[in-house]
Design a protein around this ligand. Structure first.
Ligand code: GDP
Length: 194
């Protein structure tokens, strides 16, 4: 079954040869209702529309500054969480240089879904150091919390990815997640150049 992953590898190598500073393709993944659209809207809305050269409903490309250096991110909110159709989902799993894997801290099922998606990503990007950040969103909903911070952190440790809790509603830590993504993409590039 691995032969079908050849095309994934070529997609990934396109990412490897990306210019310093991008554009980097960042894909939002996660169950329905966890806040992917809210993340995309914050990303798209943060600057003048002039800055957003290629913004549609599902794709937004813009330059941001991280640690004093510019980076161009293409954010893809194309994941169809409703479909069980693997063929429809695989392109999303293939195209990213990096992934934001969202769940809602108020929805344990979405946390389990994030684990499943993490496993699928590992299959699609075998032995690739594709940056992934596990994002526990809706941390403002304190009284509805079903997944603790330590559970999220432990899951990220098992899955060998970074972890952050966010609130898109409060605009808390959302940009930290995007900036963290850029830092990881830069580190990956530097380790390849070394
Ligand atoms: P998607 O299906 O993953 O794209 O999820 P949406 O971005 O559409 O969010 C689903 C619902 O959760 C919407 O009503 C959002 O307003 C709400 N939502 C998203 N992020 C947060 C958050 O951080 N806190 C709270 N309280 N609500 C949120």
């Amino acid at each position: 079954s691995w032969s079908s992953s050849d095309s994934f590898i070529s997609t990934d190598s396109a990412g490897e040869s990306a210019e310093p500073g991008g554009p980097y393709r960042v894909v939002l993944l996660g169950a329905s209702g966890v806040g992917k659209t809210a993340f995309a809207n914050i990303f798209a809305g943060a600057a003048d529309s002039d800055d957003c050269e290629l913004c549609g409903e599902e794709v937004c490309e813009k330059e941001i500054e991280v640690d004093g250096e510019p980076a161009t991110l293409t954010l893809l909110d194309t994941w169809d969480a409703e479909t069980d159709n693997k063929c429809a989902q695989e392109p999303c799993m293939q195209t990213g240089d990096a992934y934001l894997l969202l769940y809602s801290v108020t929805d344990r099922a979405s946390f389990l879904r994030a684990s499943e998606l993490r496993i699928s990503l590992r299959c699609v990007h075998p032995a690739q150091h594709t940056p992934i950040i596990l994002v526990g969103n809706k941390c403002d909903l304190v009284r509805r919390r079903e997944v603790s911070v330590s559970e999220g952190r432990a899951c990220a440790a098992v899955f060998d990815c970074k972890f952050i809790e966010t609130s898109a509603a409060m605009q808390h830590n959302v940009w930290e997640a995007f900036h963290g993504m850029v830092r990881q993409l830069r580190l990956r590039r530097e380790s390849k150049e070394a």
